[in-house]
Design a binder for this molecule. Structure first.
Ligand code: NAD
Ligand code: TDX
Length: 352
């Protein structure tokens, strides 16, 4: 691994970013986490790497160009992996402003400074440098019952979140074509796994099921998502960042389409088996259908053939193995999620 020895990870204190940072540090790379620590950022997710000699943390905003310029000049990365974002669709509906700032203005700010930095490098360092922009399949909008998102599927974002991510993807593409900044891009389906903030469907369901609280399912629960275990995404990101073709985008997915109601029922069944509770009874009884998300996309599904054919990546977890691991991780790691409870109880949307 002579490439990507010094990696700057924006959003490295978040759910996916922390999985990427833990992976890269374990491999012996030198890593700087650049993160503002919003409600979604959590240094406890980086406890495993915190004292590692090859690891550093910087609390800073991606909208702060001076801070990012200084970080580039001091850390001198040969790879930037950009994961910092506002990520929760329901929050984007309630208040789009932070999404516009962080996801669009923040990405612009990083591109502007990355270009300045890249131009200042000598020829061999220029050749090594890459900027990897991490994005979502939600930019493609929604699918009917048939079909899969491909890299050339037209963009049709439907939420303030996905529109802001789509805008950021377009900016990254433009910096490649117009200025020659060496970029790679990827669009991934729904991630799940350890260290997932409990406002999202899977950890919310696990923790509410544990406590015998209602399990909110939007609409009829028939919306379909494709689920990918977070460490499988981190492995894909490493390949794309180091070996992906410049200027290209890669779709990443788990081949695990599930209706929301089936995801919730699966979690209930695992919880009933591994943590039976007579006072709660069968957890399916906790399912509560609530008002649907406005503009709720019906179905997401990914065609990840390009990533498999070009870079040889395939997920190693099935949904069944990954969800079992995830439930057990939450049951064993109360010390991680207990302090977040006040924040996730307030974050929960859809219940009166
Ligand atoms: P997350 O919300 O868990 O983490 C986001 C991180 O970014 C947090 O640590 C937060 O503190 C940081 N951050 C937010 N605003 C910032 C700012 N202005 N400056 C610096 N840091 C800031 O998100 P996640 O689920 O880990 O998602 C990471 C990336 O992957 C995002 O770009 C998201 O769009 C994308 N993505 C997520 C999923 C998913 O299922 N979670 C799927 C596909 C793509
Ligand atoms: O309480 C809930 N009940 C419910 O039915 C919540 C929180 C969600 N849902 C539904 C909405 C979605 O169809 O479950 C599905 C998953 O919802 P989220 O966990 O909020 O994820 P989603 O909106 O699909 O977006 C996620 O995947 C793509 C991430 O949050 C995004 O950052 C990523 O881009």
């Amino acid at each position: 691994t002579s490439i990507a020895q010094r990696v700057l990870v924006t959003g490295g204190a978040g759910f996916i970013g922390s999985a990427v940072v833990r992976r890269l540090v374990r491999q012996g790379r030198t890593v700087l986490t650049y993160d503002k620590l919003t409600y979604a950022g959590n240094l406890a997710s980086l406890a495993e790497v915190n004292d590692h000699p090859g690891y550093q943390f910087l609390k800073a905003d991606i909208c702060d160009g001076q801070a990012f310029r200084a970080a580039l000049q001091e850390f001198r990365p040969d790879l930037v992996m950009h994961l910092a974002a506002e990520s929760h669709v329901d929050r984007s509906i309630d208040g789009p402003g932070d999404f516009i700032n962080t996801n669009i203005v923040g990405t612009y700010t990083l591109l502007d400074e990355a270009l300045r930095y890249w131009r200042s490098l000598d020829a061999s360092a220029q050749k090594r440098f890459r900027f990897h922009h991490i994005s979502t399949d939600e930019v493609f909008g929604t699918l009917g019952e048939e079909g899969l998102f491909r890299e050339d599927t037209p963009y049709q974002p439907n939420s303030p979140y996905s529109a802001s991510k789509a805008a950021s993807d377009h900016l990254v593409r433009a910096w490649f074509h117009t200025y020659g900044l060496p970029v790679v891009m990827s669009n991934c389906s729904n991630n799940y796994g350890p260290y997932h903030f409990p406002e999202k469907l899977i950890p919310l369901t696990i923790l509410n099921a544990l406590e015998g609280k209602p399990l909110p399912v939007y609409g009829k629960g028939e919306n379909v998502r494709d689920w990918l275990y977070v460490d499988d995404h981190a492995a894909a990101l490493e390949r794309i960042a180091t070996r992906g073709r410049l200027g290209e985008s890669y779709n990443v997915g788990g081949n695990n389409e599930r209706r929301n109601i089936d995801v919730v029922r699966t979690i209930c069944a695992i919880m009933d088996r591994v943590m039976p509770d007579a006072a709660i009874g069968a957890r399916e009884g906790l399912i509560t259908f609530v008002t649907d998300r406005p503009g709720h996309d019906a179905r997401y599904a990914i065609d990840a053939t390009k990533l498999k054919d070009e870079l040889g990546w395939e997920p190693s977890e099935t949904f069944e193995s990954g969800i079992e691991k995830t439930v057990r991780w939450y049951l064993d790691n109360g010390a991680w999620w207990e302090p977040l409870k006040a924040r996730y109880d307030r974050a929960r949307i859809g219940l009166a």
